[in-house]
Design a protein around this ligand. Structure first.
Ligand SMILES: Nc1ncnc2c1ncn2[C@@H]1O[C@H](COP(=O)(O)OP(=O)(O)OP(=O)(O)O)[C@@H](O)[C@H]1O
Ligand SMILES: Cc1ncsc1CCO
Ligand SMILES: [Mg+2]
Length: 262
């Protein structure tokens, strides 16, 4: 994992354009800001060219997409493709409804998506693997998670992050594992949304999307571990605020001390 990317991100403060869901935009914007990136959320289709000119990356989160917003999302992706900026797709609950799955599949077909980031239920749905998804949560299923992530990467020719207790970062021929974790992370609604946007921020400063996805997972998992040591059991609310403090004080050295990868 290339930890120098964190120093570079803090120095360059890449602009990350987010089509966010309406549940967690504040948490995502504060998380990106604490890390050192420069977030901007949008819902206006006529400004996408202007935004993608100054942006380093685009993150599309399908958490609360609807048909009325489709022209906006399509305009954002067109502008990103035209400006040669990476697009990160978070297919929230793609395993739960036909509309979400179809929307994710259409975007993957029409645009050069650089990285997909989802939980096991979402990535299994895109990979075409049988899985019992449960709303926005991962749900349950059999199957080797590394294989599911790799199958998805091969199917859509992009980098895939399957997050969970272990994060799997897959390219078409390689899978890296980030083993750091804390159960407080999945207890906070929006930690997955933040992970997708953090990965987006790193993809804006390197063309190596595998590396961008790896450091994105390493950053959030390690920041989660560091934060959890300073809060009590089940202190989900305190944790979500303190996580911002940790992100704003994070250094490559702090990550290096605790990072576990395979
Ligand atoms: N069981 C777990 N134990 C430890 N960490 C986990 C666990 N599940 C997820 N995580 C971590 O939580 C973060 C969010 O991942 P998760 O897979 O929960 O995303 P998500 O389901 O899309 O979340 P959300 O939709 O609530 O934003 C990641 O950093 C991941 O590593
Ligand atoms: C709870 C919820 N519903 C749609 S998006 C979202 C936030 C997690 O992605
Ligand atoms: Mg999610």
């Amino acid at each position: 994992m290339d930890l120098s990317l964190l120093t570079e991100l803090q120095a360059t403060q890449p602009v990350v354009v987010n089509y966010a869901n309406f549940v967690t935009p504040n948490f995502v914007a504060n998380g990106l800001n604490a890390l050192g990136a420069s977030p901007i959320m949008t819902q206006e289709a006529t400004e996408t060219e202007d935004l993608l000119r100054i942006a380093s990356a685009l993150v599309i989160n399908l958490g609360t997409i609807n048909q009325q917003h489709e022209p906006l999302v399509w305009a954002l992706c067109q502008s990103a493709a035209k400006a040669n900026k990476p697009i990160i797709l978070d297919p929230v609950a793609a395993g739960a409804t036909a509309y979400r799955l179809m929307t994710a599949l259409r975007l993957l077909k029409e645009f050069p998506i650089a990285i997909i980031r989802g939980n096991s239920g979402e990535i299994a749905a895109l990979a075409g693997v049988d899985w019992q998804a449960k709303g926005i949560d991962a749900g349950e299923g059999a199957g080797d998670l590394a294989n599911i992530a790799k199958t998805c990467a091969q199917k859509y020719h992009c980098t895939v992050v399957l997050s969970g207790e272990t994060d799997y970062i897959a390219t078409e021929d390689n899978v890296t594992l980030v083993l750091n974790n804390t159960t407080l992370l999945p207890a906070v609604v929006g930690s997955g949304d933040l992970l997708s946007s953090i990965i987006g921020a790193f993809s804006g400063i390197t063309d190596n999307y595998d590396e961008a996805a790896q450091i994105g997972c390493g950053v959030l998992a390690c920041a989660g571990e560091i934060t959890s040591e300073n809060v009590g059991d089940n202190a989900t609310g305190t944790f979500s605020i303190r996580l911002l403090d940790t992100l704003s004080r994070l250094t490559p050295d702090k990550i290096k001390k605790i990072l576990k990868t395979r």
